[in-house]
Design a protein around this ligand. Structure first.
Ligand code: PSV
Ligand code: MN
Length: 430
């Protein structure tokens, strides 16, 4: 690894200043956990091997339908996005993967792009196709659908774009394709709900047929937006039906923001695992809809409960259980680097807390129908402050104990504001 974006001396200087306090807090937590029968180092080791991928598109300032407020120094191409992802991983040490989106991240030389990522110690995670937007010069519009379009040429164009994403993915070392379509309707009667799904399945099966044997294809459901009356892949039921019909390598992706308010997402996780179809996650948080807020910023308890199901799934794996963990957020008012460092820490923290649940005690209480004991067993883990474990893991992996302090002291964004070309005003979700 050469040419990391943040000075190693700065990281070392900061870490040296906070190491004694951290050791003190880590030891105190270690003694507390020991009394509960939990070995702190084993939790720390799990955290050290946990990784969540960052979305290339999340490195830029997001926006809403109304406006986007650009950030001076935000990235405008995949090279600059990779550099920002390198900052996130250098300081946080838990985000070695980058999930790219095409055609947003198209380049001429993908072998060189892979080398570029590699030089930062990064790998490419699932590739995402985009048939929810038209591109300049595109022959057929996706305005009324892509894989489910009534127009055969449009469906074919969408299939070919997905095939191209697979080809790009092979060159950059990915092994998964995520397909999210915005297909659906805004008016009752606009389309036949059954036949749209049939067309989607027929087109998606052409994509599935081109999947390399060691790849997975993930279908991402979303209840609404851009279609507001009906979406073709609106929920985990439609996603599961499609994944089951397409084949073993096809799985479901759960984006936490893509459900109705108050839906029990952790139960969806358990059900998809039961079916052997839990393919991966897009982590984010929401208050009202697909808000794409920072993971755990609104409902950290839900994120913990999702991880609790994931640990249960790990304890009884089915069908090569190996979900992909990815962040999918839109950072409208923060520096995306800070948001993703914060989110990655929150996600790893939920994993750590779920990993320290006294599972034997929980299962025994469940079997005895001891409601309060079961609840308190889960709650004991949720209420544990695991921040010393996360900071110790970062320090041991060469990251920053105080990532926010180091990042701000580095003046990285101010330097990029001088070097990078300015982004224009405008609207847009990502
Ligand atoms: C759609 O809302 C989504 O969650 C999909 O994952 C897209 O690929 C991503 O956001 C970016 O638009
Ligand atoms: Mn998503």
């Amino acid at each position: 690894m050469t040419g990391m974006p943040i000075s190693a001396e700065l990281v070392a200087e900061h870490n040296a200043a906070s190491r004694d306090a951290l050791a003190d807090e880590y030891d105190a937590l270690g003694r507390k956990l020991e009394r509960r029968g939990v070995a702190i180092d084993s939790v720390k080791d799990k955290v050290k091997s946990f990784g969540v991928a960052v979305p290339s598109w999340g490195t830029g300032r997001g926006g809403t339908r109304f406006a986007k407020f650009p950030l001076a120094g935000e990235p405008t191409n995949i090279h600059e996005k990779l550099e920002d992802c390198a900052v996130i991983h250098q300081l946080g040490r838990s985000t070695p993967g980058v999930s790219p989106h095409f055609p947003w991240d198209c380049v001429d030389d993908y072998a060189a792009l892979r080398d570029e990522a590699d030089a930062y110690g990064l790998q490419f995670d699932a590739v995402n196709s985009n048939t929810f937007q038209d591109q300049p010069g595109q022959a057929h519009s996706y305005a009324t659908g892509s894989l489910s379009s009534t127009v055969e040429e449009t469906r074919q164009q969408a299939v070919e774009h997905n095939l191209e994403c697979i080809e790009i993915g092979k060159q950059i070392g990915s092994d998964a394709l995520t397909v999210w379509v915005g297909d659906g309707t805004n008016f009752p009667g606009q389309q036949d709900l059954g036949r749209s799904f049939d067309r989607y399945l027929e087109a998606a099966s052409q994509v599935y047929s081109a999947l390399p044997g060691d790849w997975k294809m993930m279908l991402e459901h979303k209840m609404f937006e851009p279609a507001f009356y009906s979406s073709v892949i609106s929920d985990w039921g439609s996603s599961l039906m499609a994944a089951q019909q397409l084949g073993d390598q096809c799985k479901c992706l759960v984006d936490l923001g893509h459900h109705a308010p108050n839906v029990n997402i952790e139960q969806i996780v358990a059900r998809l695992h039961h079916a052997g179809k839990l393919g991966g996650f897009h982590f984010n948080d929401s208050k009202y809809g697909d808000d794409d807020l920072d993971s755990g910023s609104i409902n950290p308890h839900q994120l913990f409960l999702v991880f609790n199901e994931l640990i249960e799934a790990q304890c009884s794996p089915r069908d090569g259980f190996d979900p992909s963990y990815m962040i999918d957020q839109s950072h409208n008012v923060t520096d995306p680097i800070e948001s993703m460092l914060s989110s990655a820490e929150t996600i790893a923290g939920c994993y750590a807390r779920a990993a320290m649940v006294d599972r034997d005690a929980l299962h025994a209480a469940q079997n005895d129908n001891d409601v309060m004991l079961a609840f308190r067993t889960l709650r004991a883990a949720y209420e544990t402050d695991v921040t010393p474990i996360l900071a110790m893991a970062r320090d041991e992996l060469g990251g920053a104990i105080d990532w926010l302090g180091v990042y701000r002291d580095s003046q990285y964004r101010a330097r990029k504001a001088q070097e990078r070309k300015a982004v224009g005003l405008g609207a847009g979700i990502v």
